[in-house]
Design a protein around this ligand. Structure first.
Ligand code: ACO
Length: 325
């Protein structure tokens, strides 16, 4: 089996920024509540008409430049998203055309906030067994399009953005271990009820605001802490490593309190946890990969470092990955 690593990363965050002060004018909330309960200060919002493939394209161009790979060298594009441009075709197919990556096989993954880690794992299999040489894995979301801007329980949490990673065969290091999981029995605690085959769009579904994300945040909080802790422990054990070997943990950015509770349980000090939640909010599949990209760009990830990605989201699904950079 070939060793597979990330050879380039990129991100795109839309220009418009929505601050907690802006939200105070929209719903009954306060900067103090949002900051202390979530760690979020501001989030980026896509412009009207800007879709997931537009964000994905900008992040991908940066990642490809960074990796020194031309679009025509890509053989696989996987986009993780829960906010595709439309139900079908896939964002990855639309992106293939934008990039002119004509040789690439394309499909999307629906694994919510764990989508990027799921995508990494799938791309790794294709490259390690020699089917494809270069793959592009993206997390891209326009969550503002499924956010109920009248619901203070959810609208303060989410943001838009995209991150991309180019995967290829590497001589040393690379992905050491991945671990994925799912518990479909809890699918009801975080979902978007209408617009699919169960409840196709009708006047009634629109009136009942069923095209917006619904979440039992409190219930999810506890599950997220336990599941992310267990996923991190499992993937490190599989890798034959311990927490003292981890240079940087890059978790899904749903809530600062969830992240810090996980780090505390794992015995990882705060300075070894990368956060972008304060500036970006929860961008679902885009959170882990943009955080990875920013950590690399800020020089917080050096060659030979051990990185731990740890994500959890709707499904419920989770995924963790250990990488030697
Ligand atoms: N401003 C002010 N008050 C608020 C707001 C707000 N924006 N939102 C809720 N409240 C109120 C509630 O109404 C409640 O009031 P009450 O006690 O009078 O009923 C009170 O604050 C406390 O509500 P809780 O739900 O207990 O607040 P909690 O501390 O749990 O924080 C939060 C809520 C931030 C949503 C948290 O539960 C959380 O982060 N959950 C996990 C989210 C997550 O991990 N999602 C998975 C990934 S997302 C994905 O897959 C797309």
């Amino acid at each position: 089996m070939k060793k597979v690593g990330i050879i380039g990363v990129g991100e795109y965050l839309p220009e418009k920024i929505l601050t907690n002060a802006d939200l105070e004018k929209m719903v009954d909330t306060s900067d103090e509540w949002i900051t202390t309960r979530t760690g979020i200060k501001e989030r980026h919002l896509a412009a009207p008409g800007e879709a997931s493939s537009d964000l994905a394209f900008k992040a991908s161009v940066q990642a490809l430049n960074n990796a020194k790979i031309k679009p025509e060298e890509l053989e696989l594009i996987i986009v993780a998203t829960i906010t595709g441009d439309m139900s079908f075709p896939s964002v990855s197919a639309i992106l293939q055309n934008k990039l002119q990556a004509k040789k690439a096989v394309c499909f999307d993954i629906s694994a919510a906030c764990a989508g990027f880690v799921y995508g990494l794992s799938v791309a790794q299999q294709f490259i390690s067994c020699g089917t494809y040489k270069n793959a592009l894995v993206i997390g891209s979301e326009v969550l503002s399009s499924i956010t109920d801007w009248q619901d203070r329980n959810t609208c303060v949490l989410f943001g838009d953005g995209a991150g991309a990673a180019v995967l290829s065969e590497v001589k040393s290091g690379g992905i050491i271990s991945t671990y994925l999981g799912c518990d479909g029995s809890k699918a009801g605690i975080l979902n978007l009820p209408a617009g699919g085959s169960r409840n196709p769009a009708t006047h009634e579904t629109v009136e009942k605001r069923m095209h917006f994300l619904k979440m039992q945040g409190n219930e999810l909080f506890k599950i997220a802490v336990n599941t992310m802790t267990q996923a991190a422990e499992t993937v490190l054990k599989q890798a034959g490593l311990t927490f003292s070997d981890v240079d940087l943990i890059i978790p899904h950015q749903a809530n600062r309190r969830i992240i810090m509770a996980v780090a505390k349980k794992l015995g990882i000090p705060e300075e070894r946890v990368y956060l972008n939640i304060e500036r970006c909010g929860n961008m679902s599949s885009a959170s882990t990969v943009t955080a990875l990209c920013e950590a690399v760009q800020e020089g917080k990830v050096k060659k030979g470092d051990i990185i731990l990605l740890d994500a959890f989201g709707a499904g419920l699904v989770w995924g963790a990955c250990v990488i030697e950079w």
